[in-house]
Design a protein around this ligand. Sequence first.
Ligand code: DWN
Length: 397
Amino acid sequence: MNKVFLNLGRQPLANSFLKDIGKNTLRNEFFYNLKICFNTKNYLVSIDKPVNPKKQYTDKYAHRASESKTMRSAFKKVAKKLIKRFRPKKIMEIGSNDGVFLKNFNKKSVIAVEPCKNLASLTKKLFKTYDEFWNLKLAKKLIKQKKGEIDLIFSANTISHIPNLKETFEGIFNILSDDGVFVIEDPSLLKVLQNNSYDQFYDEHVYVFSTISVNNIVKDYGLRLFDVENLPTHGGSNRYYICKENGKYKNTSRLKKVIKSEISYKLHKIKSYLEFSKRVNISKRRLFNLIKKLKKKNKKIISYGATYKSTTVFNYCNFNSKMIDYVTDTTHNKQGKYTPGTHIKIISPEYGMNDTVDYAFLGAWNFKKEIFKKEKNFFKRGGKFITHVPRVMTLTK
Ligand code: DWN
């Protein structure tokens, strides 16, 4: 049964960057209550009332997976690894975004599934693209079009976004070849608890998976988790390798080790989540007080990276444009807009990361290494970053 353990308050859609902050726009801004729960039976951690996906994945979807160098090389690396290990002939990606993963394959052997039409239009020029949500209906349509028996299905930061896991996995079972592999990458719940990165919870992250919860869930749909890899991406993710129950792959010792580590961290106990919730409340108070103290000293504070994650932090910590002067982001379609719920201007780093800035909150803390490499001059002239992960602190390099 589901037990709520964290209330992150009134939140907007993480992707709802505003074109303007006129009365009309603000009157129509959608908010919901973000509460997170733990299922004591299958150990799934989820949003208690998911938002309708049609509200979220529109033709104005903002996130571009290829925006960071880190992710471009990560997708190139995993494509090579999967080709070497599984030698797939037919590949499908669910949530193909701007094609950053699939473009590493022979375009004749791939199928892209991407419901956001602005993204699907980018990949339609490159390979076969279905601009639809993944579900049982689409799986049956593909089979009817003789596009079934897929050897490798890949999905990064997408399965955790789909409320209806039953349809998702049933569709996978129907379309996957008998010795096919379904590989999913999603933020690691263990890392969220260890890093106090509560900003991994927002409307799109309907679930934050643990290995033990994925292991339980897939069994209900004739599937089996046979391997898992811990990854550094997005602040700590897991790459889950799933096959059909009677598939040829043996469960790896690595899987057994990861499950053991999650059990020893007590990810199967509600107590761990109640303790996490207490740490999140302390983090909120400390971050708010730090920003307030620096503003009292007339410091200029901006935020670096208009992330969906920082939407959660800004709204949970009640930030406003008097505390954060503006946000910088390299994504062109975010520049000139305003942050969801807190209405702080977003500009390009070329303009925003200038000599007047004293502090920059790390909205994109998951790219700290790449950002610190880029912003050496900011440090040289005495600039400092602020982060809340794994605890509230300022960083001089
Ligand atoms: O799961 C999801 C993850 C993968 O991406 C999606 N539901 C939504 C989105 O979440 P996010 O916005 O928190 O993801 P990122 O990849 O952490 O966003 C990074 C943002 O920071 C981008 O808008 C680009 C920007 N950025 C920047 O301004 N300067 C990134 C880097 C590396 C930089 O140097």
